[in-house]
Structures are given as structure tokens and as C-alpha cells.
Design a protein around this ligand. Structure first.
Ligand code: DLL
Length: 432
């Protein structure tokens, strides 16, 4: 169990002092080592010497996902490549993912924050944790893996999918902790019921769920279905991965590891800081990351901050669960999907018109994505075979870009609703 009382329970003054020192350090490092940041700071006329405390955060430039894409793959490194020991990428897209990197010290920090997050959820060295997050380039699998080992728990690195095997290992190994996306947890609960397994007879007691938004109702459903207590783990690859924040036993917000990541809540339109308690866009500055520190990274996630001391004793600021996003990104089966990716796939297919509708649903706890696509009159036909060929061609193209399976429905040209203003391209029926 990793409970870093110094870092998790210090007074606000001490935290501000710690953050101020670390902020000065990271600003100087990126200014001197990352041409992108030096240029950005020069453009707005600031130098590292202008930053003397955490109150100066608002003077610093923002970083966006597009900046990471523009510097793909390794353009934002602040250390020589020889110092990098691991590379990950954001979930989704087989096009250009956003790449992130870690030095040995970064991996150690990553493990420490995840270990703290798991301990915050009650995981100890006596636990066996089944990690059903993907291990691909996604940060979920390996991130939780290293943190769980650091916390002293025994890791079962099964990765995502293969539901039957998940169920047999849960039973055979007597796993006490399950880590995966909340939708997969709900799916496992259903699969368990169908297989006639009584969750009350299993040693499973803690769920570590995250990587996608979920509601209180969903939590209650999973807790009942698996007979466990479910905790929310938040993070994003750009900032580190899972463990940026985690809910504690009070289940009233997620404590941010703010000795490493300073949060701000901004109005997504004016980009001004909002008063404590307001809902706005969450922005993070990494204080200690070596390989790829980021200043004021715009997460596009909507949340609010609460600086009051929690009943669990931790003083680290709490963020509310994510309310939604300030952009159009969807998270489908834990994978980040932008409607614009579908559009660029369709533009490469002559038979398809760039008129489409994404219909997201949740069937039996698994997300489904149906894409209705208008077909050029020239190609529309009564011939089943011809339509099937077009459908398969689109399906293949879209799936290779999104990295998830989709259902393609072909419709005649001019049948999808047109809108006068901003096109409505997504219907999300998931109710989360
Ligand atoms: O999803 C990291 C992660 C792995 C977090 C495992 C938790 C558990 P990305 O693929 O970069 O990284 O996606 C980050 O996922 O900006 C949020 O929109 C969403 N997200 C992550 N955790 C939560 C959560 C990982 N607990 C994006 N609740 C973020 C709601 C979440 N949304």
C-alpha cells in the first residue's frame, strides 16, 4: 500500500510552495530544451524569469492535442532520446496518434501516482488485481500494472477482451480487484449472470474503472452486478496516463496528484480561469515530468474543482467526475473517436457522400457505433451484391482508421437530415 501522507495531506500553503518551485523548474526546462515552447513563450513575450509562483500559471501558453499532432512523433521531447525508456500513445486512431514518452524517473512517478490511486481505493499487498485494460499503445494496461506492483498487489495482466477467460480467471485465481473500463465491467457483470456465476461467492471486492465517462447510476449498477465497491480512476496519456486523479472511499470527487499535475478550470471560450466550484474545461500543467512536460494542456474534459479537505483526510484538490467534453470527441468502448475521422475516411471513398450520421448506443452494456452513410446516386442499386461491396469497403476503411468495429448502414443520397447551422452528426443514445 502506498500512502504518501506528506504529499497527500499537506496544507494548501505548503502545496502552493511545492508547486511554485516545481513550476519554475519545468518552465525553465521546456524553455531551454523544447523549441516549440521557447517559440510560444517568445511570441507572448515571457521568459522563465517571469514565473515566480503558481499564481503566474495564467501567464503561460496553452498546449493542445493539435500541438502534439503537429510535432508528431517526438518533437516535444525535453530530454535526449537516450533518456527515454518508454513510449505510449493516446487510444483510438490508427492514423496519427498523439505520442507520449517517459524517462526512467517518469515511469517511477507514474508507478507512484497509480500506486497511490489504487491505495486510495483500498488495494493492498494482499490483493490480486485482474487488469483488463488494453496493453497496446494505450496507457491503461501498463500504467495500472506498474502501479499495482508498486503497491505490492499481485498482477494478472490479462489485457482487454476474451470475456470467457476473464470470467474463469476471476474464479480460478480468486482475483480481488478488477481494473477495466466501466462499460466492460457492466458487460462482465451480465456475462457472469448469463454463465450462472454468483458474484457474492467470488472474492472480488474492488473495481478500478475509468478511461471513459460513467454516471452514478452506472456505478450503482456495476456495484450491484459484481458485488463490489467501484472507484473512478481518471487520467490521460498526454499528462501521464491513469492515476492523474482517483476517487477515495468517500466517493465524493477524485483526488488529483497535484504535487505532479496542477489543475485549472477555464471557460473553454474565453480561456479565463473560473472561480472555485465552477464547471469548465480542465487544464493541466505537469510539474515533474522529464521526457515530455506539458504546460497548460487543454484536456477538453469538463469538470469542477473542490479544495476543501476530504473526510478521508486527504487535502489534495478533488475534481468532480467528468461531466462531458468541450469538443466533439466520443469515447466508444474506451477508444477516443472524433467524428471528423469518419468524415476523412468517407472522403476517400468515391461511392460515399460526405453526409453521414453517427449513432452511438449501448447494447447489453457494450457500446455500438452505427454509421449511416449517403451513397452517390450513381452507385445506388437494387443489386444486393453491389451494395454489400460498397458497405464492406466503407466498413474496412472506417475501422482501419478508428480502430474499433462499426456497423455501416447505406442510405440514399439526400435522405439524412440537413441542418441550417452546425451539422448534427452524432446521436448518442447511451444515456451516460
Ligand atoms: O484513457 C488513460 C486512462 C486509462 C484513464 C485507464 C483511466 C484508466 P487517453 O486514451 O489519452 O487516456 O484518454 C483520455 O479519456 O481526456 C477523458 O476524456 C477520458 N477519461 C479518462 N478517464 C476518465 C474517467 C486514458 N475516469 C480521455 N471518467 C480523457 C471520464 C475519462 N472520462
Amino acid at each position: 500500500m502506498i500512502w504518501n501522507e506528506t504529499m497527500e495531506c499537506m496544507s494548501r500553503e505548503q502545496m502552493r510552495e511545492l508547486q511554485s518551485g516545481r513550476l519554475k523548474d519545468v518552465v525553465s526546462r521546456v524553455y531551454h530544451n523544447v523549441p516549440f515552447y521557447r517559440k510560444k513563450m517568445q511570441e507572448i513575450g515571457i521568459e522563465p524569469g517571469d514565473i515566480s509562483s503558481i499564481d503566474d500559471l495564467a501567464k503561460l501558453p496553452f498546449t493542445t492535442k493539435q500541438d502534439l499532432r503537429d510535432n508528431y512523433p517526438f518533437g516535444l521531447f525535453a530530454t535526449p532520446k537516450s533518456e527515454v525508456v518508454r513510449v505510449h500513445a493516446s487510444s483510438g486512431t490508427t492514423g496519427k496518434p498523439t505520442v507520449v514518452a517517459y524517462t526512467r524517473k517518469d515511469i517511477s512517478t507514474f508507478s507512484e501516482v497509480v500506486a497511490r490511486a489504487l491505495s486510495c481505493s483500498g488495494v493492498t499487498r494482499d490483493d490480486i488485481i485482474q487488469i483488463a485494460f488494453g496493453y497496446g499503445l494505450f496507457t491503461g494496461g501498463l500504467g495500472i500494472h506498474y502501479g499495482a506492483e508498486k503497491a505490492g498487489a499481485a498482477v494478472v495482466p490479462i489485457s482487454g477482451g476474451n470475456t470467457e477467460k476473464q470470467l474463469s480467471l476471476l474464479q480460478d485465481f480468486g482475483c480481488t480487484v478488477l481494473a477495466c473500463t466501466p462499460s466492460y465491467a457492466a458487460y462482465l457483470a451480465d456475462a457472469m449472470e448469463m454463465a450462472g456465476i454468483d458474484p457474492r461467492k467470488l472474492p472480488l471486492k474492488i473495481g478500478i474503472f475509468g478511461a471513459e465517462p460513467w454516471s452514478q447510476e452506472m456505478r450503482a449498477k456495476i456495484e450491484a452486478g459484481l458485488d463490489i465497491k467501484a472507484f473512478d480512476i481518471y487520467g490521460l496519456s498526454e499528462i501521464m496516463g491513469p492515476g492523474v486523479a482517483n476517487s477515495c472511499s468517500c466517493q465524493n470527487g477524485l483526488h488529483i496528484a497535484e504535487d505532479h499535475f496542477v489543475p485549472e478550470i477555464l471557460d473553454p471560450k474565453t480561456l479565463q480561469q473560473l472561480p472555485e466550484g465552477s464547471t469548465g474545461e480542465l487544464v493541466f500543467t505537469t510539474l515533474t515530468k522529464e521526457a515530455m512536460p506539458l504546460l497548460r494542456y487543454r484536456t477538453r474534459d469538463l469538470s469542477s474543482l473542490d479544495y476543501s479537505t476530504c473526510a478521508c483526510g486527504r487535502t489534495n484538490v478533488r475534481m468532480s467526475r467528468i461531466f462531458g467534453r468541450s469538443d466533439d470527441m466520443l469515447i466508444i468502448r474506451g477508444v477516443n473517436v472524433f467524428p471528423s475521422q469518419v468524415e476523412s475516411a468517407l472522403l476517400e471513398i468515391p461511392e460515399a457522400k460526405p453526409h453521414y450520421m453517427l449513432i452511438v448506443d449501448r447494447k447489453g452494456n457494450l457500446d455500438t457505433l452505427e454509421i449511416q452513410v449517403e451513397i452517390d446516386d450513381k452507385y445506388f442499386s437494387d443489386e444486393m451484391v453491389q451494395l454489400n461491396n460498397i458497405r464492406n469497403k466503407i466498413k474496412h476503411k472506417v475501422e482501419s482508421i478508428l480502430g474499433i468495429s462499426v456497423i455501416i448502414s447505406l442510405v440514399e443520397h439526400r435522405t439524412l437530415a440537413r441542418s441550417e447551422g452546425k451539422a448534427k452528426r452524432v446521436i448518442d443514445n447511451r444515456n451516460i
